[in-house]
Design a protein. Structure first.
Length: 224
C-alpha cells in the first residue's frame, strides 16, 4: 500500500494505458481522480472522475481548485495524455504542428504549473509525464510528434532542476510502441510481443510516485 492516503490525479485515465495505471494506483491505496475532457471513465471504489480540458489554462486552474476544495490535497500528478500523427517537416501544416505541441507539451506544462504551488507548499509531491523513446532517439516521418516529445523531455529535466531540494520530484517515461488496441489496429502486421506492456509502465509509475523514489528526480526512463 505504498500510496496509502495519497491523492493521485491521472490525466488520460480513461484511455488504454490509463485503464491499467488507475487500478495499480488504487490497489496501492491511492485515492484516484481521473481527469478526462469527456466523462467517459467509470467511477469505482477509490476512483473519482472529473472533467477538464487540459489544454486550457483556465480549465486546469478550475480543476485544481475543485480537487483541493473537495479532497484537500494533491500528492501525485500522472500525465498520460498524448497524441501521435505522421508527417515529415515538408508535409506538416501549422495546424498539425500546433496540435502535437499542444497535446504532448503544452498540456504537460500547464498541468505541472497548476499543481506545483500546492505541492511546494506541502513540501512533497510527485509528477510523472509519459513521453516517448522518440524524444531521445528521433525517427523520420513524424516531425511534429518527435519534436513535441523531445520538448516534453526537456521540460521534465528543467522542472527537476528548478525543484531540486523542494520535496517535489518530476520524472518521465520513454516507452517505445505501447501494446494498446489502437496500435494493434493501426499496425496489424507488426509483432506486439516486442511492444511495451502497459503493466510495465503502470508498475514503473507506481514506483516513481512512491516515497521510495524520493531521490529520483529528472529521470527519463526508457521502456521497451
Amino acid at each position: 500500500m505504498r500510496l496509502q492516503n495519497k491523492t493521485v490525479v491521472i490525466t488520460g485515465g480513461s484511455g488504454a494505458l490509463g485503464q491499467v495505471v488507475v487500478p495499480v494506483c488504487v490497489d496501492a491505496g491511492a485515492r484516484v481522480i481521473v481527469v478526462d475532457r469527456h466523462s467517459r471513465a467509470t467511477e469505482a471504489q477509490g476512483v473519482r472522475v472529473m472533467t477538464a480540458d487540459i489544454t486550457n489554462e483556465a480549465d486546469i486552474r478550475r480543476l485544481v481548485e475543485a480537487i483541493l476544495e473537495e479532497v484537500g490535497q494533491i500528492d501525485v500528478l500522472i500525465n498520460l495524455v498524448g497524441g501521435f500523427e505522421l508527417g515529415r517537416v515538408i508535409e506538416t501544416d501549422l495546424s498539425l504542428w500546433q496540435r502535437m505541441l499542444t497535446m504532448n507539451l503544452t498540456a504537460a506544462f500547464l498541468l505541472s504549473k497548476a499543481v506545483l504551488p500546492h505541492m511546494l507548499q506541502q513540501r512533497t509531491g510527485r509528477i510523472v509525464h509519459v513521453a516517448a523513446r522518440a524524444a531521445v532517439e528521433p525517427f523520420p516521418g513524424a516531425a511534429a510528434y518527435v519534436v513535441s516529445k523531445a520538448g516534453l523531455a526537456a521540460l521534465i529535466r528543467v522542472l527537476a532542476l528548478e525543484l531540486a531540494g523542494s520535496g517535489v520530484t518530476v520524472n518521465g517515461l520513454l516507452p517505445t510502441t505501447i501494446d494498446t488496441p489502437a496500435n494493434r489496429r493501426s499496425m496489424p502486421d507488426a509483432d506486439p510481443s516486442k511492444w511495451v506492456n502497459p503493466k510495465s509502465i503502470a508498475d514503473m509509475v507506481s514506483f516513481l510516485v512512491s516515497n521510495e523514489a524520493s531521490q529520483t528526480n529528472g529521470a527519463l526512463i526508457p521502456l521497451g
